[in-house]
Design a protein around this ligand. Structure first.
Ligand SMILES: *Cc1c(COP(=O)(O)O)cnc(C)c1O
Length: 465
């Protein structure tokens, strides 16, 4: 029997998942883990992943016909919601003109112009995934500086680049795997991994290795260990430290770009603090739901790329006309009103989640940067008191983030899923909204929260006595 609560209006409780289960069985026979990216497998929350057949606006429909409010939004890209009519029309028209030529095209010029107009970059080059963007940015930083060492932060994820899998990120954090087999020691022995938001650690690393450091790469605001905003002035400090040591500051905005704000995380801190990154990586929103990503930055640095310069980088589908058309349509529709809507809707949800969890007695921390937020199932009283001052985040680095109660989250996740809300199937992720998350979608989330909070309470780790 469907479970009824008095205020439940939409949608029907999820009862039937046979088609998803059957597809998962078939997938397991032909694909490792049955998925093409690990976090989709539900390993962190248990159960069977839902196979989605279609999506429109804020809603996903699975192969059994169940509907879910989508709080994944393809892990960020679907800023406007699914199947936005104007994006869809632009893509259909582009497909009708042929899908790939291996020559330069108009949409890639226009998308590059749009990115240069909005982001702190003078030149951009397109690639097909965020991983390719960070990999290429690091090669360029090494080629430009003639140095080899790369600095990154624990818990920051930059895609599955060998040299950057020196520490755990979102998927890895969940599975508690230190690095990964298959990456040679020689790929990571030139990578320094530091705790996030820790100026002293950054200062010490540059004091010791400064003249060997090609670049420091950081998520502009980490979103892959949950949302951990940079402490006040932290990105500026990183930019200045890099400059004073002749290293490049690489700001990874694959997740935050055109998502945290209209100008990305840089619009939140850089624009008014007055620093600019040397290189920036983009992906997710700028691809409009297609495999498109980019890296860009200072003209004198980008000038080192082939064919202008000696640093080689290429791609058969780079700047693909369909993908860049989708990205261009998305960015042109990503107006201030979209970000205002995300802010307002996010505020409603953050408050409601926090209230529901408090009422059920579930310790938690909600953190945000711009329009991005996440919920840590973490007892704030068990976090080390911050040396960063009152405005610093409570969960300030990967060690803090890992204290999240994954069992409580798993129970919460499934209770929400059963009530038609599809959260990310991992406790270490941002919850993504879109311009299409309207009152009906929000109400569905609000209706599901009380029961889910009680489920989380029942599953909570008991504090050690
Ligand atoms: C998603 C992400 C990447 C990797 O992008 P892919 O397209 O998945 O390769 C890199 N950096 C950050 C910050 C990301 O969030």
């Amino acid at each position: 029997m469907p479970r009824e609560t008095p205020h439940q209006t939409v949608p029907q409780p999820v009862e039937q998942t046979a088609q998803s289960a059957a597809l998962f069985e078939r997938a397991l026979a032909v694909t490792p883990g049955g998925v093409n990216s690990p976090v989709r497998a539900f390993d962190a929350v248990g159960g069977t992943p839902r196979f989605i057949a279609s999506a429109r606006g804020a809603w996903l429909t699975d192969v059994d016909g169940n509907e879910y409010v989508d709080l994944i939004c393809s892990w960020g890209p679907m800023l406007l919601g699914h199947a936005h009519p104007e994006v869809e029309a632009a893509v259909r028209a582009a497909v009708g003109r042929g899908t790939s030529y291996g020559t330069p095209t108009r949409p890639e010029v226009e998308l590059a112009e749009e990115i240069v107009a909005r982001a702190p970059v003078e030149r951009v080059r397109f690639v097909s995934s965020g991983t390719e963007a960070t990999m290429s940015a690091i090669r360029l930083a090494r080629g430009f500086t003639g140095r080899d060492v790369v600095v990154k932060f624990a818990g920051c994820y930059h895609g599955h680049v060998d040299s950057l899998l020196a520490s755990a990120g979102s998927g890895l954090a969940t599975f508690a795997v230190p690095g990964t087999p298959g990456v040679p020691v020689s790929s990571t022995e030139l990578t320094l991994v530091l705790p996030y938001n820790d100026r002293a650690a950054v200062g010490a690393a540059f004091a010791e290795h400064g003249d060997r450091i090609a670049c420091l790469i950081t998520e502009a605001a980490p979103g892959n260990m949950g949302v951990v905003p940079p402490g006040p002035g932290f990105n500026q400090f990183l930019a200045e430290t890099c400059r004073s040591h002749g290293a490049l500051f690489v700001s990874d905005e694959v997740m935050t770009g055109f998502r945290a704000s209209r100008l990305g995380q840089w619009g939140i801190d850089g624009a008014h603090e007055g620093w600019r990154p040397d290189l920036v990586t983009f992906g997710k929103v700028m691809g409009g739901g297609f495999p498109a990503a980019a890296f860009g930055g200072r003209a004198d640095v980008m000038h080192h790329l082939a064919p202008e310069g000696p640093v080689y980088q290429a791609g058969t589908l780079s700047g693909n006309p369909v993908a860049t058309t989708a990205g261009l349509a998305t960015l042109r529709l990503a107006t201030d009103e979209v970000y205002d809507h995300l802010t307002k809707t996010g505020d409603v949800l953050k408050t409601a989640v926090s209230d529901a969890l408090s009422l059920a007695g579930v310790a938690h921390v909600v953190q945000s940067t711009g329009t991005m937020f996440s919920v840590f199932f973490t007892d704030p009283s068990r976090l080390a008191s911050s040396h960063l001052g009152a405005s610093a985040p409570l969960v300030r680095d990967f060690d803090d983030a890992r204290r999240t109660d994954v069992a409580a989250y798993a129970a919460f996740f499934h209770a929400m899923l059963d009530r038609g809300v599809h959260l990310p199937p991992s406790a270490y992720e941002a919850w993504f909204l879109s311009a299409a998350h309207d009152d009906r979608a929000v109400q569905t989330v609000l209706d599901a929260l009380p029961e889910a909070a009680r489920a989380a309470a029942a599953a909570q780790e008991k504090p050690a006595s």
